[in-house]
Write a protein that binds this ligand. Structure first.
Ligand code: GUN
Ligand code: FE
Length: 450
């Protein structure tokens, strides 16, 4: 063992059930994995504790501190961090053309990209996000810079060079030069990030990233599906986000977004599709069959999709689900906000009354999710979505974790351990944690320096 942490933690067993790990020991090996997890009742507990103490390998959480798995953000537009919090009151298509594309075009300047990306990765880590799935921009160099920053700062980054090759659909000032260049740049980017990956402990991963179907030609979509297959890498895109996007794809192909992505070989085990508000049941079953996950972005959906996704129904059909901030379609870099909004939005969809009996009722029965389900999506569900052993405080998982201190003076929480069960405290952590409470963050067994 290289390190032993001692403290009370919480981890998902399933979407509905958490484990309360009261005063457990988490024993880390030299690869940053949890090699052993010991309950106080385990016969090895005392000897492991004493030995770790003697060898100076013990890190003990203090009273009022709790351990959670690091969060996994499945959908971040890294360049948009520079405009976070602005222009959230206009429709998606207008927002893309008047704010977002002009901003993203500035990332041709790698020095500017480095400034924004460094600030973003520091901010996400400080908010407990230990793994991020990023859209960068169309620029290969700046996209590679983001992967390098993740590698250097110790975050597990999955990074995509964005593809937008259709001259009819994208502005001349911000798109790939042509289809062949887009595919060649993507292939070189994949190879470079794979090399970088081998130099890190936590891993950085290249991602095949068509922005969304409307921004790409058929040739590019087919070529990207081929690259995903050849290199067995992750894939991400937007799917059925807004009425506009959904309608556009239906018009061009006579099919739903999901079916088009599938036809081009882009729905795979390691694929993560953002939003997916308007999936049909058949689309959801295709996701389930392919192992493709939904990045649920409840804050952004409220602004740009004008929609609440029936996430519980999709998850019940067997589709993998994780959470995304969708910076800057969502303004908040914290996955805590996504957890809270996922619960709030699901309750807006819920309707307790049988709509067949009372046709005036709105909503959809059995739509609510609990805080535990939202936590599952932010952790274990996110890990399953990207097919990596992350998101659980469990043996054979990477030790990616955040220590929440409920007693920090600037953000102390009303927690009274003597009178309330740990299950209630867990819920308070999800609802009340602020950045100030996150006093340390670990990725792959390494503490991130602030
Ligand atoms: N669809 C295509 N590009 C984007 C983007 O940057 N943000 C969101 N929310 N939707 C998109
Ligand atoms: Fe997005």
């Amino acid at each position: 063992m290289v390190k032993v942490l001692k403290g009370t933690g919480f981890s998902s067993i399933s979407a509905h059930k958490i484990e309360i790990l009261e005063h457990y020991l988490y024993c880390l090996d030299n690869k940053g994995m949890i090699a052993k997890r010991l309950a106080p009742s385990n016969s090895l507990y005392q000897s492991t504790l004493q030995e770790a103490k003697k060898e100076g390998k013990l890190i003990e959480l203090s009273e009022g501190q709790y351990l959670l798995p690091g969060f996994i953000d499945l959908h971040i537009h890294a360049p948009q961090w520079a405009q976070s919090g602005t222009a959230l009151d206009i429709p998606l298509h207008q927002w893309l053309n008047t704010y977002t594309f002009p901003l993203e075009s500035k990332f041709e300047d790698t020095a500017f990209a480095e400034k924004v990306y460094s600030h973003l990765v520091d901010t996400l880590l400080a908010n407990g996000t230990t793994t991020g799935l990023y859209f960068a921009t169309v620029h290969e160099e700046a996209s590679y810079k983001l992967a390098e920053i993740c590698a250097k700062k110790g975050q597990r980054g999955l990074v995509g060079k964005v593809v937008m090759d259709d001259p009819e659909q994208n502005p001349d000032y911000y798109r790939d030069q042509d289809t062949q260049t887009a595919l060649a740049d993507t292939e070189r980017f994949i190879q470079r990030v794979k090399t970088l990956h081998s130099e890190t402990t936590q891993g950085v991963y290249p991602v095949v990233t068509p922005r969304f179907v409307p921004s790409c030609t058929d040739t590019a979509l087919a070529g990207l599906g081929q690259l995903a297959e050849t290199y067995d890498v992750h894939v991400t895109s937007h799917c059925s986000e807004s009425d506009w996007e959904h309608g556009y794809v239906k018009n061009r192909f006579g099919k739903n977004d999901a079916q088009v992505l599938n036809d081009f070989g882009l729905l795979r085990e390691k694929s993560v599709m953002a939003h997916c508000n308007f999936l049909s049941e058949a689309d959801a079953l295709t996701f389930e069959e392919k192992g493709t996950a939904i990045a649920h972005c409840p804050v952004s959906n409220a602004y740009f999709a004008n929609s609440v996704i029936p996430i519980k129904q999709f998850h019940d059909l067997g589709v993998e689900v994780g959470l995304g901030t969708d910076l800057s379609g969502g303004y908040d870099p914290s996955i805590y906000s996504a957890i809270r909004q996922a619960v709030i939005s699901s309750r807006m969809l819920e309707d307790g009354v049988d709509t067949k009996k009372d046709p005036k009722e709105r909503g959809m029965k059995n739509s609510r999710i609990t805080a535990k389900e939202a936590f599952y999506f932010a952790t274990a569900g996110g890990g399953e979505s990207v097919s990596l052993p992350i998101g659980r405080l469990a043996e054979n998982y990477a030790f990616d974790a955040q220590v929440i201190d409920t007693t920090v003076p600037q953000a102390s929480m009303p927690i009274f351990e003597k009178i309330e069960p740990l299950d209630d405290i867990f819920q308070k952590l999800l609802y009340l944690t602020k950045r100030e409470n996150i006093v340390s963050v670990w990725v792959q067994g390494k503490q991130i320096s602030k």
